[in-house]
Design a binder for this molecule. Structure first.
Ligand SMILES: [Zn+2]
Length: 580
């Protein structure tokens, strides 16, 4: 039994005994139960308030307050809503002064019942890939008599319908995986999360082997700045991709005594799965098969709550998709998470977690310069188990809780991969640091808010800058991307303050240590790809409180110092960085 398995079994026992500490409970001022406050902010902040009256047919005044710590010309503000029939003037363009604030209001009419959301977005112009902005969304349920905050979710809203794809569909031929990993990955989990299933039963014991393939619509060319993913125009930008490392749950539909859970398979790097079972079952009936694809594995899942309750997509609505299956082989075909699914963003989040986990596990020997010293390989020795909690209408913030290794995402966060990967970066640092109490000077000592481009503290810039850096390195993207559509370009660092108390400068340094584009000023070069594994190894022996301490530890590993020092000078703008 692997370490991961032992961990799962131990967790199962704890859950079974009912002694699990209530999850999501946030204790303050103690690293043990600490919460890491969120993703960084840009200089622009949006606050939104709505005062609804009546139910369907009623109106609301929507007020959006925009403030900024820097002057921004041509700042565009918009208030948008879905499922609302009337919205008065809702777009404004203005110049906001440094330290300034402005308020904008509009009136909207609730024309139909159901869940709706209203969003205020403020976005400045794009300067060399950096675009400051912010957005806030509030969620309401409209009934005949009232408008209440929050969405009405069905009891099983983690359960979603998949669609069958024509085997000859052109999208299918074009769908390629972004992953090709040779490292051992996680394993499937079962629907109740309480037991592991083996990836496949021995073929010799089986009479029927089932197989299939799963896909989902990923972000494709969708850009958060273009608004909600749910619009038809944005759906058209999404790309069909294989659904990777998803637990596949197989059931035998049995109307007499409930459905029999047959076991769990696991999709590979191209979305394929297979599973062999004895057929007919012990009751003499042939299997009436249906299948579910879950956003869950032994390493990570995307759940509706802080406990195990993963999103999944099913091949049928509780009735068997395939009756009385028999024969040696049975192909269930190609199924996909449709881009019209309310919970599509859970599938995006799961794929982002797969990317992050694969990135951490894969060896990184990226240093291609022949004059560089040998780069090291580092094997992650800690448990990868984490949970991500998300619902499409969650508003309780973007943060990471130490006590249960849970990432909390807000409704719109998964519009980009940055928020998830940032919080996952906190998880990685927490595990590498060993004990929660070793976290940089008391949970990073971050002011609230902390700005991507602005001065916070040395400790905060270190713990947040590392998390920001992973959000760049894992997807190989120099832009940190907010759900509002705002972006920070870590190559140009337009509008960044100087020094090692700026988290964006720490992130930009890691980025330059990895990337191969020389964006130096002419004085310094940063084109050398250093080894990500060396970054992890330097962590493994250290519990540094700030970035320059970490630099000293990294240097001591004997990696190629001078190009790394140049990147430091370029991004931190500080003297005193030396090489042996
Ligand atoms: Zn953070």
């Amino acid at each position: 039994m692997s370490k991961t398995n032992i961990f799962r079994w131990a967790m199962t026992l704890i859950i079974a005994l009912g002694i699990l500490i209530p999850q999501g409970v946030v204790l303050s001022n103690s690293p043990q139960g600490a919460v890491l406050d969120d993703t960084p902010q840009t200089p622009v902040t949006v606050e939104l308030s709505v005062s609804p009256s009546g139910g369907k047919g009623g109106t609301a005044v929507v007020t959006c307050k925009v403030s900024s710590t820097i002057e921004i010309k041509n700042l565009k503000v918009s208030i948008t809503a879905n499922r609302v029939s009337y919205l008065s003037t809702n777009k404004w363009t203005f110049t906001i002064a440094k330290g300034g604030a402005s308020e904008y209001s509009t009136t909207m009419l609730f024309s139909s019942e159901g869940n709706m959301s209203v969003t205020c977005t403020a976005l400045g112009p794009n300067h060399n890939g950096t675009r400051w902005g912010d957005a806030k969304t509030l969620y309401y349920n409209v009934s005949a008599s009232a408008v209440n905050e929050g969405w009405n979710m069905s009891e099983n809203f983690q359960r979603n319908a998949a669609k069958l794809l024509d085997e000859n569909a052109p999208e299918l031929a074009a769908a390629t995986s972004e992953f090709s990993s040779s490292v051992p990955g996680p394993e499937p989990v079962s629907p109740d999360g309480s037991q592991l299933s083996e990836p496949s039963n021995p073929i010799t014991q089986a009479t029927t082997c089932y197989k299939g393939r799963w896909y989902f619509y990923d972000r494709g060319t969708y850009d958060a700045a273009s608004g909600t993913p749910a619009t038809t125009a944005n759906r058209a930008k999404m790309t069909l991709r294989p659904l990777v490392w998803s637990s596949i749950w197989l059931y035998d539909d049995d109307g007499r005594s409930g459905d029999d859970y047959l076991g769990a398979a696991f999709t590979d790097e191209n979305g394929y799965w297979s599973y062999c079972v004895t057929n007919p079952q012990s009751d003499g009936d042939y299997i009436d098969l249906y299948v579910q694809a879950a956003m869950a594995s032994t390493w990570y899942d995307v759940s509706t709550s802080s406990s195990y309750n993963p999103y999944y997509w099913y091949t049928s609505n509780g009735t068997a998709t395939w009756s009385n299956t028999s024969g040696a082989n049975f192909n269930t075909g190609a199924w996909y998470v449709p881009n019209t699914s309310t919970n599509l963003l859970a599938a995006w989040t799961y794929n982002d977690l797969t990317r992050a986990n694969m990135y951490l596990r894969d060896p990184h020997r990226v240093n291609s310069d022949p004059s560089a010293p040998t780069t090291m390989e580092y094997t992650v020795g800690f448990s990868m188990t984490s949970r991500t909690k998300w619902t499409p209408s969650s508003t309780d913030g973007t943060y990471y809780t130490f006590s249960d290794d849970t990432i909390h995402l807000q409704g719109n966060d998964p519009r980009t991969y940055s928020a998830l990967t940032h919080e996952w970066g906190h998880f990685v640092m927490n595990r590498l640091y060993g004990a929660d109490s070793e976290w940089p000077a008391g949970d990073g000592n971050c002011p609230s808010p902390h700005y991507y481009n602005g001065v916070s503290t040395k400790n905060c810039a270190w713990s947040e800058g590392w998390a920001d850096a992973l959000a760049l390195l894992v997807p190989n993207d120099p832009l940190y991307r907010w759900a509002s559509g705002a972006t920070a370009n870590n190559e140009t660092r337009s509008g960044f303050s100087s020094g090692d108390e700026v988290e964006g400068n720490v992130a930009a340094t890691f980025w330059d240590w990895m990337d191969k584009t020389n964006d130096g000023t002419g004085t310094y070069t940063d084109y050398v790809q250093l080894s990500f594994d060396s970054f992890l190894k330097a962590f493994d022996t250290q519990n540094d409180d700030y970035f320059t301490q970490y630099w000293t530890a990294w240097k001591a590993l004997g990696e190629w110092c001078s190009p790394a020092r140049d990147a430091l000078k370029h991004n931190i703008n500080s003297s005193g960085f030396t090489c042996p």
